[in-house]
Design a protein around this ligand. Structure first.
Ligand SMILES: [Zn+2]
Length: 166
């Protein structure tokens, strides 16, 4: 388990540890997407398996236990953008894929939200935070968000040094 994983989880099990489709993926469906390198997912969850060999080229089955003891089941998989689906060779090689679908059981929206949040934290360093000042003429509210994953942050406190120079 890498350090980032330790920040958010106390235990991780995947198909590489014997987690079965029946336990993890039965009744799951598309519940969101993340953008990240293939290598990042391999580092977090180990090697994927080949998915369905049709619309999917790489898939992970994952069971995470969060710090507050929530047990979250989800799957990650590419969708129709690899070599399996694009027999003419126009798809991505698996290690070049960066768009991943998140599969969860839709019956528990709280768990779905937690999975999306934790995955964003695990794959994104939030290096490209963007501050949008309020623009009253165009009704754009003040915001502070990560350009890469879309996470919203608290608006930073005004910098008094800067204000004094004005
Ligand atoms: Zn981010």
């Amino acid at each position: 388990m890498n350090n980032k994983m330790k920040e958010y989880t106390t235990a991780v099990r995947t198909h590489n540890d014997g987690l079965t489709f029946e336990e993890c993926a039965l009744g799951t469906s598309y519940q969101g997407e993340i953008e990240c390198d293939y290598a990042t997912l391999v580092e977090l969850f180990g090697e994927p398996f080949g998915g369905d060999g049709y619309k999917i080229d790489a898939e992970w089955l994952v069971c995470l236990t969060t710090k507050d003891n929530n047990v979250l089941y989800f799957t990650l998989y590419n969708w129709k953008d690899g070599f399996n689906y694009n027999k003419d060779g126009s798809g991505f090689a698996t290690h070049m894929i960066t768009n991943w679908h998140i599969g969860c059981n839709s019956g528990n929206q709280e768990a779905v939200n937690s999975v999306n949040e934790i995955l964003n934290e695990l794959v994104c360093d939030h290096k490209n935070k963007f501050y949008q000042p309020e623009e009253t003429d165009t009704n754009i509210p003040e915001s502070y968000t990560c350009d890469d994953c879309g996470k919203e942050f608290d608006i930073p406190e005004p910098d008094f040094d800067l204000n004094n120079k004005e």
